[in-house]
Design a protein around this ligand. Structure first.
Ligand SMILES: Nc1nc2c(c(=O)[nH]1)N[C@H]1C(S)=C(S)[C@@H](COP(=O)(O)OP(=O)(O)OC[C@H]3O[C@@H](n4cnc5c(=O)[nH]c(N)nc54)[C@H](O)[C@@H]3O)O[C@H]1N2
Ligand SMILES: Nc1nc2c(c(=O)[nH]1)N[C@H]1C(S)=C(S)[C@@H](COP(=O)(O)OP(=O)(O)OC[C@H]3O[C@@H](n4cnc5c(=O)[nH]c(N)nc54)[C@H](O)[C@@H]3O)O[C@H]1N2
Ligand code: SF4
Ligand SMILES: [Mo]
Length: 745
């Protein structure tokens, strides 16, 4: 089956060539089926039928049945037969089609003229794109242009972008919003396991005797994974480790309410107890790990008194937690942003991995050191975006790797950069330093989501040329763009995503993109044409053809997908987990975890213990800024910067319209704050007006702001993990006071 209309982009290129010779296409032609909208009825489906695809919001990867009338999606229901969600979806999933119809959709390219964004033809937009970027490179060199990509477009589009930017356009620097999210887990796994490989399958939620959720608010952020927890028939202990008493903590059997960023001390303390009491899986450690002796020495000073003091937990709670890990046959550890978004995230993630290694909780049902991903295609971005790592988890600095990729793609090896890209933060710093003059932003909204907005907005305003490629025109970043390229969204194009459990899923075109919006894949193809490097992409004719290229690139790598024949095979199987090398049995087990053979991807085949002294909070509270600000997800109906979720009337009813800050009643009393009054939340970098929401879910001395409201990152502090360069969004110092008194009004 070919889900893609293979010749669409080639035809578009012909149309543009014609257009340039003969003047602009008429509006009528643009609206014709098969014109810019790339065909009406999707995927060879019957006009009135139902087709299955994965959700485009979070990394759970739920299967949805989309119902078509006359070839257009009119509604959806969760699919019942597939292994991920077995008939369930959260509010975002249910509303996935309705957010596509909105006046805020980007429908035509826009170019800034006289300080206003004005509609222009695609030909004009892409000619401008190529001319201006080439001129900037000619004047300032290849480091003067960079791109920031995403975990929210299909793998084929990410790969096309990565190849176009780096091999076609000669750019050296590009990163993704996955830096804000996944970079820590990537580095933690690479160092410990030898490859970026989350080992679990969702079935492990159902098969554990103890589920430990660290810095993860599963009920809100991954509600359908939580449903899988509820299906566990082994009467598991569910332990939530989080400074806040979240919805998940309330539903758990045990909440360890630690001080922010004391995870490292806690897990070293637990490791010390396990070692002292002889509760280690000696045979596993000896056969499958390296570095245990140094690690055990490292954790020896983490006695109960010290750990209790540093974490704020009772000694008996820490001891009991360690004993539970020892006694339960199958413990699974799961972590998300409470760990990753930290100035010491990599070591914190590895302190979790170390516990799994010490106790042999890996490679068996219901176990694992499991990082949960965030965006629908975070895993695709990690493996195939060609940003931080070269295709399929390779290394740009490794000559043999570059040679492999060059041979597979049939390109000159010299086209492949031999240096690693600057990370997101370094790209931003270099804009500030005047080195980066042009930035191309694809499917992410840094003017809301990047850390420390005062600096970020200043940085974006310094650019000579800011290109924003988005499906909506009202994003904070698009508003300051010089050029906006309108993109078709999920539901309007084809491709594959890779979910948290390494499962490939297909998305399909079930709706016509509005106006002249084009699939990102087509935009990249057209840019290749306008740039003059389309020769490199002769084989990249459609998303599915690109999938075949990626399959070849993955061959022999841990993420080998060469056994996946086509989109239909993925569809029929209800998703396929990597690895799936050529020759894999046709009836792949539906739930597969890694390391059942205990062979890790390091040269020795052994997993490594990695550890380091914990550091103090990067911005500890003091007399001037006495509270710790935590940030994160607010409700299951809100998605990040809200460009999509605010378009649905149903979702809008499910979350507070106004920004609110969670404050403990004890602090509120001390500060003379009433419930629901407007208060000022202020850090060294900025001030935000928010409604006071008095709640015991935050501890005294801490406040919480949901990240979905634009002002939040005016407060956060731009500090980063030294290894992963992931921003530390979750803890900085603030003060709170009544808005009127504070301002003398
Ligand atoms: N509804 C909804 N779902 C989403 C998203 C969304 O925007 N909306 N986004 C998706 C994405 S991209 C991601 S990355 C995931 C994020 O999913 P999660 O990581 O689960 O969500 P967060 O709320 O960012 O952070 C989780 C918890 O970390 C806690 N925390 C803060 N500091 C610490 C600490 O020092 N130690 C510990 N142990 N915990 C701490 C916070 O209190 C918070 O409850 O969600 C995905 N799912
Ligand atoms: N304070 C604080 N800040 C945070 C976090 C936090 O916990 N606290 N979490 C961080 C994390 S984990 C993440 S992942 C980031 C998320 O931050 P962002 O990536 O900036 O958030 P989104 O709102 O998901 O932005 C995605 C953009 O892509 C557009 N888009 C959607 N689909 C398509 C498509 O198919 N093609 C194109 N071209 N565009 C499309 C959307 O309209 C939207 O503008 O935020 C980070 N920021
Ligand atoms: S849990 Fe995630 S993948 Fe499932 S329906 Fe909700 S947003 Fe979509
Ligand atoms: Mo994320």
């Amino acid at each position: 089956m070919s889900l893609a209309t293979a010749n669409d982009t080639d035809r578009l290129i012909d149309e543009f060539a014609l257009m340039r010779k003969e003047g602009p296409l008429t509006r009528q032609l643009l609206q014709e089926p098969g014109g810019f909208g790339l065909g009406m009825i999707p995927n060879g489906c019957k006009p009135d039928s139902t087709t299955k695809m994965v959700c485009g919001f979070c990394s759970t990867g739920c299967s949805l049945n989309v119902h078509l009338k006359e070839g257009e999606a009119v509604g959806l229901t969760p699919a019942t037969g597939d292994p991920v969600n077995v008939g369930m979806a959260c509010p975002k999933g249910w509303e996935a089609v309705s957010v596509l119809d909105s006046p805020a959709r980007a429908t035509t390219p826009l170019l800034r003229r006289n300080d206003r964004l004005e509609p222009v033809s695609w030909d004009n937009a892409l000619t401008t794109f190529a001319e201006r970027i080439k001129a900037i490179i000619a004047e300032h060199g290849p480091d003067s242009v960079a791109f920031i990509s995403t975990g929210q477009i299909p793998t084929e589009e990410m790969a096309m972008l990565g190849a176009l930017a780096k091999f076609g356009m000669g750019l050296r620097h590009g990163d993704g919003n996955t830096r804000q999210c996944m970079a820590t887990a990537v580095v933690a796994y690479k160092q410990a396991f030898g490859f970026d490989a989350p080992p679990y399958t969702y079935q492990d939620f159902e098969e554990s005797d103890m589920i430990v959720l660290v810095g993860s608010n599963l009920c809100i952020a991954h509600p359908i994974m939580w449903e899988r927890v509820l299906k566990n028939k082994r009467d598991p202990d569910i332990v939530v480790i989080d400074p806040r008493c979240t919805e998940t903590a309330m539903a758990a059997t045990w909440h360890l309410q630690i001080k922010p960023k004391s995870d490292l001390a806690l897990f070293y303390g637990v490791a010390n107890i396990l070692a002292e009491r002889g509760w280690l899986d000696e045979s596993f450690i000896e056969r499958h790990t390296e570095g245990v002796d140094d690690f055990v020495k490292h954790v020896a000073p983490y006695n109960l008194d010290r750990v209790s003091h540093e974490t704020g937990l009772e000694s008996t709670a820490i001891e009991t937690f360690a004993r539970f890990i020892h006694e339960r046959e199958r413990t699974s550890f799961w972590w998300t942003m409470g760990i990753n978004q930290s100035y010491e995230g990599v070591r914190a993630a590895q302190s979790i991995i170390n516990l799994a290694l010490l106790t042999g909780n890996i490679g068996r049902p219901g176990t694992g050191a499991n990082s949960i991903t965030g965006q629908c295609n975070a895993m695709g971005s990690r493996l195939f975006s060609n940003t931080t790592s070269l295709f399929a988890g390779r290394d740009f600095t490794n000559d043999a790797h570059r040679q492999e990729v060059a041979e597979t793609l049939g390109i000159d090896v010299d086209l492949i950069p031999s240096t690693t890209s600057w990370d997101y933060a370094t790209i931003m710093e270099n804009v500030l330093a005047g080195k980066v003059k042009a930035l191309w932003v694809i499917a992410t909204n840094p003017a809301h989501s990047w850390i420390n907005q005062n600096a970020c907005r200043d940085i974006l305003s310094r650019l000579d040329f800011l290109v924003v490629q988005d499906s909506y025109v009202d994003t904070e970043t698009a508003k300051s763009a010089d050029l906006v390229l309108p993109a078709a969204a999920w539901g309007e194009k084809e491709g594959t995503f890779i979910n948290s459990e390494r499962r490939l899923g297909v998305i399909k075109r079930v709706k016509q993109a509005p106006g002249q919006a084009l699939a990102d894949f087509s935009i990249f193809k057209l840019i290749a044409h306008y740039w003059g490097c389309d020769d490199l992409f002769r084989e990249w004719t459609s998303p599915e053809a690109t999938f075949q290229i990626l399959s070849r690139l993955s061959k022999g790598q841990p993420c080998d997908i060469s056994g996946v024949e086509d989109y239909r095979m993925i569809d029929d199987a209800g998703g396929i987990q990597w690895p799936c090398p050529e020759g894999s049995p046709p009836s792949l087990a539906n739930q597969r975890r890694l390391f059942e053979d205990h062979a890790f991807y390091t040269p020795s085949g052994r997993a490594r213990f990695k550890f380091e002294e914990p550091k103090p909070l990067s911005e500890p509270p003091d007399d001037h800024y006495p509270l710790i600000l935590l940030t994160g997800r607010g409700t299951s109906a809100q998605w990040h910067t809200q460009t999509r979720t605010r378009q649905s009337a149903v979702l809008r009813k499910l979350y507070p319209q106004q920004i609110y800050v969670e404050i403990n009643p004890i602090d509120a009393k001390e500060l003379n704050l009433e419930a629901d009054e407007w208060v000022s939340v202020e850090s060294r970098r900025g001030r935000v007006k928010a409604r006071a929401f008095l709640t015991n879910s935050v501890q005294p001395g801490q406040v919480f702001l949901p990240m979905h409201y634009e002002p939040v990152n005016r407060l956060t502090d731009a500090v980063f993990d030294p290894y992963s360069r992931q921003p530390s969004y979750k803890a900085c110092a603030v003060r709170v006071g009544p808005w009127r008194v504070h301002h003398g009004v």
